[in-house]
Structure formats: C-alpha cells, structure tokens
Design a protein. Sequence first.
Length: 148
Amino acid sequence: MTWSRPLANKILSSGTAVVYFDGERYRLLAVRSFDSWDFPKALVPDGEDPLRVALDETRAVAGLSDLELSWGEEAFRETIAAEDGSVSRYYLAQSKTDEVALRVPPGDAGLEDFEYRWVTLEEAEDILPPRLAIVLDWIVGQLASGVG
C-alpha cells in the first residue's frame, strides 16, 4: 500500500533502496554525497517513468545492474512532501552482489566527497536523515514479509 498526497507542484525524485543478503542479514546500500547520506536517487523529468529513473540512477551511481524487484514494480514508498513540494520515492530492489563501483560525477568534487556503505537497518537509522525514517519503516515491513 502506498500513501501519498497529491501536490499541485510535486517535484519528484526517484531512487532505489537496494538490499543485499550477506548470509546473516539484509544490508542496505547507502551513498554519501558531500555530507548527506541517502539511497541512490535522481530527479524525475516530466513524462519519465520514475522506476526507470531510479534503476538507471542506481546503475550510474553504484554500477549495480543485476537488481531484482522481488517485492514488485509497484512496491515503493514516498517521503512526506517538503515545503517546496519535493518528494522522494524509493523502490525496493535486491542485489545478488555487494560489489559496488562507485562513480563520482564530473565536476569540482573529488572522490573524498563521495562514499558508499552496506549498512544494517540499525546503522541506516543512524546515518540516514530523519525524513527517511518512514521509508526505513516500510523497508523493515517489506523484508519481514519474506517475499524477497
């Protein structure tokens, strides 16, 4: 079930919460850009498919292309809208590998400005911003469903 409220000027970003089972537990891929941790995501251009944008961005940022949408293509959770109408939508996908090829965008930033980590759910609560708490709660529910 997806909860979202319609917005007149909704600014949508779409990303992928990637999980990897390490043999003992699920880990989430968290990426850092400068001082902000998040899941791989990008702004969704008008008329573009949010799921395609999310998967393409994950491939571009982390080099992951083997993602399985084990919980379905309609399984996503959105953040609560910010004052400017911006909303982030996250799809849940599973990776068979934990090998990430982090790609730094061109420009003035250096490798030290970007990082990735495979984190436990508890670690994710510590490093991800509070606005993603609603997404983390949803992820826990999806993982508990045992579908993946």
